[in-house]
Design a protein around this ligand. Structure first.
Ligand code: ARG
Length: 455
């Protein structure tokens, strides 16, 4: 029997009830963690004298093999296994029929699954963090070669002021770096040890707390909280959703920039796809799917919070629904981040095209107003004067760069020969973006410092 309960039941679970409540189809991904948790629990029993040290050692050895066998399929998960814990128990009973029945003392699937999920998540966090660091690294590398590559900066998707491509790429890198911090925060609160909580209220047995602590999750949690809490999962999903939103914004820009209309960039063939119908097409599917993943990531967070919000303490079966969103968000990021990093590393930027989109002198209107401010003109007045000059240029088609000082002085007597320098796009970006080199250096140092992995 792979059922972990049954004494009080006369009849077995109806097939449709089993099919509905069963979690083995997805929680089998926790098999390695579940085996570690069970081995730690056996050690806790040994510490309290319930099992011998030798028995606990043999259980640990058997569980290492069981983890491999279930993961590889050599030991199959059966349709009647309710969850991964049932499969592991069945294997242990088969292989150690004497000891296995003793190991479950003081352990509930409630503390067991919460512990296993925390262990799984810490690994996932490390993996996602590594992918994310690599994406940031890609952005920083590309920024380093484009520090002074002039391009238009946008607000409302309308050309606003000239910036540089390096500056723009670093903007994304900064947002993603905060996502690393968020993942680290989530990892911090993922550490906590449910094992020892039993179903909700601890155990009368002398379970050795040190054995559970060897799992590396820190000290035992308050029992009731330990089996009820899923904020650690929600926090990961929240960090993942925000990260997803940031990736989506980067992806959207790749989509925009690679249009014929923008023409700012061309994806490498290795990161673009064709059309089965239109031979000329080169589509940014990697970027589009990275953009789309944000939807799932946000959905996973919203779903788990909705599941959690009405639950009384402590464990409720609803909590079984915590795993699929966690797995799905981790999977989405594991797939999207490397693909996006590759696209960023290999995309070709059309520098000339970016520059020509940024050389409309009207984009320097703000610089010009600020120039008047340095001449003692109050900003509101300067804004008005330059605004008049903008309107006149639009109406007459007169290029600002061709205007004489006399023409400028119609708008403000304080305009002088300095206007020509203000209207130079390169000197404009150098004046405004002077901090970029230090920023780039700091970012590159940060990326390098992350080579040794946390959390
Ligand atoms: N599959 C369950 C889950 O993931 C395991 C815990 C079941 N606990 C219980 N009391 N039925 O939450």
């Amino acid at each position: 029997v792979s059922r972990l309960w049954g004494g009080r039941f006369e009849a077995g679970l109806a097939p449709e009830a089993l099919a509905f409540t069963r979690s083995a189809s997805f929680d089998r991904r926790l098999v390695r963690e579940d085996c570690r948790v069970l081995a730690a629990h056996a050690a806790a029993l040994a510490g309290g004298g319930i099992l011998s040290r030798a028995e606990a050692g043999a259980v640990a050895t058997a569980l290492t093999q069981i983890a491999e066998d279930v993961a590889s399929g050599a030991f199959p998960v059966l349709p009647e296994d309710e969850d991964v814990h049932s499969t592991v128990e069945r294997a242990l009973l088969e292989r150690m029929p004497e000891v296995a029945p003793k190991v479950r003392a003081g352990l509930s699937r409630n503390d067991r699954v919460a512990t296993a999920l925390r262990l799984w998540m810490l690994d996932a966090l490390t993996r996602v963090r590594r992918h994310l660091r690599d994406l940031i690294g890609a952005l920083v590398e590309r920024a380093a070669s484009e520090v002074w590559t002039v391009m238009p900066g946008y607000t409302h998707l309308q050309r606003a002021q000239p910036v540089t491509l390096g500056f723009h790429l670093l903007g994304h890198a900064h947002a993603l770096r905060r996502d690393v911090q968020r993942l680290d925060d989530a990892a911090g609160r993922c550490r906590g040890l449910p094992l020892g909580a039993g179903a909700l209220a601890g155990s009368t047995l002398p379970l050795d707390p040190a054995a559970g602590e060897a799992l590396g999750l820190g000290g035992r949690m308050q029992a009731l909280d330990a089996v009820s809490a899923r904020d650690f999962a929600a926090e990961f999903l929240a960090a993942a959703a925000i990260l997803g939103a940031h990736c989506s914004r980067l992806a959207e820009e790749i989509v925009l920039w690679t249009t014929t209309e923008f023409g700012f960039a061309e994806l490498h063939d290795a990161y673009a796809t064709g059309s089965s119908l239109m031979p000329q097409k080169k589509n940014p599917d990697v970027a589009e799917l990275a953009r789309a993943k944000a939807g799932r990531l946000i959905g996973n967070l919203a779903g788990l919070l909705a599941t959690m919000k009405g639950l009384p303490l402590a464990y409720n079966r609803d909590l079984q629904e915590d795993k699929e969103p966690v797995f799905d968000s981790a999977d989405a990021l594991d797939a999207a981040l490397p693909a996006l990093a590759g696209a960023v590393r290999t995309i070709r930027f059309e520098r000339a095209r970016m520059r020509s989109a940024a050389t409309d002198p009207l984009l320097l209107a703000t610089d010009l107003a600020e120039h008047l401010v340095t001449k003692g003109v109050p900003f509101a007045e300067a804004h008005e004067a330059v605004g008049n000059a903008v309107r006149s240029s639009i109406e007459t088609g007169r290029d600002w760069r061709a205007m004489t000082i006399e023409e400028w002085q119609v708008f403000s007597p304080r305009f002088d020969a300095g206007v020509a320098r203000v209207l130079d796009v390169d000197s404009s970006v150098r004046q405004r973006l002077g901090g970029i080199e230090a920023d780039l250096e700091e970012m590159a140092a940060w990326v390098a410092s992350q080579a040794g992995e946390r959390p």
